[in-house]
Design a binder for this molecule. Structure first.
Ligand SMILES: [Zn+2]
Length: 131
């Protein structure tokens, strides 16, 4: 049965489940789709790192409460975060070690450093890993 290669479009003979005329075309096709996948991952990582650095910068300047407008102006993208936690029934979203609580009523963002509270715990677990 004649089929068309998914990569080069050339007709080829082969089993009905074959999609490519050969290894070269199959590898080329998968490398391209991995290229897209990697670009997507880079994009998400970039957004997360940028969000984190904005939170870290504000935190270091002791600006622990900013308006949502200012945060957006700085380039913060609310769609990207690494985890969501509740402490004392207050919802926090984190970008790695820095997090924030969004006060939706007043459009304020309160920034927290998660690593600060957990530093001791972390150092203990690091020490345990090294043993
Ligand atoms: Zn081909």
């Amino acid at each position: 049965m004649k089929k068309k290669c998914k990569e080069c479009g050339e007709p080829f003979l082969g089993r009905t489940d074959k999609k490519f005329c050969g290894d070269l075309c199959r590898n080329a096709y998968h490398n391209k789709s991995n290229g897209y996948r990697n670009a997507l991952i880079r994009h998400v990582n970039h957004k997360l790192r940028r969000n984190r650095s904005i939170l870290a910068e504000l935190f270091s300047r002791d600006e622990l409460q900013v308006s949502l407008e200012e945060l957006s102006f700085l380039g913060f993208d609310l769609r990207f975060y690494t985890q969501e936690n509740r402490f004392s029934n207050v919802k926090y979203r984190f970008c790695y070690d820095f997090g924030y609580h969004l006060d939706e009523e007043n459009l304020l963002v309160k920034i927290v450093d998660r690593a600060y509270n957990r530093r001791e715990q972390h150092e203990q677990s690091m020490a345990a890993e090294q043993e």
